[in-house]
Every structure is written in structure tokens, then in C-alpha cells.
Design a protein around this ligand. Structure first.
Ligand code: ADP
Ligand code: NI
Length: 224
């Protein structure tokens, strides 16, 4: 396998596939995650080829943009990687990464608390950290309001409190104000990082979000 060639073909394939993607889940999100995953990998004992392919393909067909279908991402990735003659053991690893990277997949499937069987590998953990880092800090804030805007959600409503015990279904179908998403996900990510490098970067981005929220409420309440 010519791994460099495959990575470059994967880059082209992902860019083309995500051409009309929502601003927070577009090629530039993939590029940031790819770069951050490479950075985190420097201090980790991982298969760099798997990390790069996984980072590039992790949002190739996000279920929330495909009528909730969680099988389509791994399927598209497999078809593409087969066309590149990638070893089947690596394809299986990439399918598992795509199916398990999401914050949603760590939520209970229903209120009874049926946790989905979770695949794990250090390569998945590195990509998951890179993806989570892109959800917090300044870029994370921008992405969150862009996503909320794309769903026509209000910025904030003091009468609607965040819900920290949502099932996976409720989380996906939420129509809550975008500020609630900070409490339901973004502020929780710092304590869920898998790697040392990830934790370190997350600390700073977390503080920035706290400052942002303080300023937001101050302005909202008209405290000049
Ligand atoms: P995951 O793939 O880990 O489940 P998502 O793809 O749902 O994460 O979320 C990625 C980013 O999309 C979030 O960090 C946020 O910026 C935005 N987003 C997702 N769901 C919401 C939401 N309900 N409100 C606002 N932003 C959201
Ligand atoms: Ni992502």
C-alpha cells in the first residue's frame, strides 16, 4: 500500500463529498481535526495511517445530516477504502472509529440507560480528542451558533433550562436554545479528554468559553 497516495486521495474524496456541508461540519472542520490529530499523535503510540484516515473520514456522512441513519458513514468509508485497496483489517478499524467517535454514542440509547456497546482503540481516542477540541474554544462557539442557526434555534431563552440527563434521541431532536448546548455538551468535554495533549489544549479553550458565557449574560441583562 502506498499510504501517502491513499491519504492524498482520501483528502480529495472528502473535500468533494463535503462541498455543500453546513459550516461547522465542512472540509475545514475535517482539516482542523486532521491537523490536531496529527499533533496529538506525536506523544502517542498509534498507527499514524489509521489516525489520518479516521480523522479524514470521521464525518463523511454524519447521521444528523442523513435522516438519522448511522450506518451510512461507515458504508461510504468502506466503499471508498476498498477502491483504494486498503487492507480489510484497517477498513474495519476505520468503520469502528466512525461508528463510535460521536458524543451521542456515549449517551444512553433510551431513558432506561441501555449503553451501546463501545469499540475502543488509542487511534479512536486520539481522533475523538481532536474532534472534541474543535467543539470547544472560539471555533467551537462559532460552530455551535452556526449549527443552531441552521436549525433556526433561538440563541438563548432564560426560561428554558439545559437538560443534562437527555437520552440519545432527545439530544438529537432537541429544539432548545443554542446556549443550552454549552451545558449539555461543550462544558463537559474538558473532563472527557483521552490524551495528555488533548487535556492541556482543552483547559485553555474551556476557560475561554466560561469567559464568553459570563460576558454573554452580562450583556443580556443589560449590565454595561
Ligand atoms: P458528536 O458528533 O460528537 O455527537 P455533533 O456532531 O452532534 O457531535 O456536534 C458537533 C458540533 O455541532 C457541536 O460541537 C456543536 O458545535 C454543533 N451542534 C451539535 N448539536 C448541536 C445543538 N443541539 N445545538 C447547537 N450546536 C450543536
Ligand atoms: Ni467531527
Amino acid at each position: 500500500m502506498n499510504t501517502e497516495r491513499i491519504i492524498s486521495n482520501t483528502e480529495d474524496f472528502v473535500k468533494e463529498t463535503l462541498i455543500n456541508a453546513e459550516g461547522g461540519h465542512d472540509w475545514f472542520h475535517i482539516l482542523r481535526v486532521w491537523n490536531t490529530a496529527k499533533l496529538i499523535s506525536k506523544d502517542e503510540n498509534v498507527n499514524g495511517f489509521v489516525v489520518e484516515l479516521g480523522a479524514l473520514l470521521h464525518d463523511i456522512a454524519d447521521s444528523k445530516f442523513h435522516a438519522g441513519d448511522e450506518t451510512i458513514g461507515p458504508k461510504i468509508a468502506r466503499e471508498f477504502l476498498e477502491s483504494q485497496l486498503v487492507d480489510d483489517s484497517i477498513i474495519i478499524h476505520i468503520e469502528n472509529i466512525i461508528s463510535n467517535i460521536s458524543f451521542k454514542s456515549s449517551l444512553p440509547a433510551d431513558r432506561g440507560g441501555n449503553f451501546k456497546q463501545k469499540f475502543n482503540s488509542r487511534e479512536l481516542e486520539v481522533i475523538q480528542d481532536a474532534d472534541r477540541l474543535d467543539a470547544i474554544g472560539a471555533v467551537g462557539i462559532a460552530r455551535t451558533f452556526n449549527y443552531g442557526g441552521s436549525k433556526n434555534r433561538p440563541l438563548y431563552n432564560p426560561e428554558i433550562s439545559p437538560n443534562l440527563n437527555q437520552s440519545k434521541e432527545a439530544y438529537k431532536n432537541s429544539e432548545a436554545p443554542t446556549i443550552n448546548h454549552f451545558y449539555e455538551k461543550l462544558l463537559l468535554l474538558k473532563d472527557r479528554m483521552n490524551t495528555k495533549t488533548g487535556k492541556k489544549i482543552a483547559e485553555e479553550r474551556h476557560l475561554f468559553m466560561e469567559t464568553f458565557l459570563q460576558q454573554f449574560y452580562k450583556e443580556w441583562e443589560g449590565k454595561l
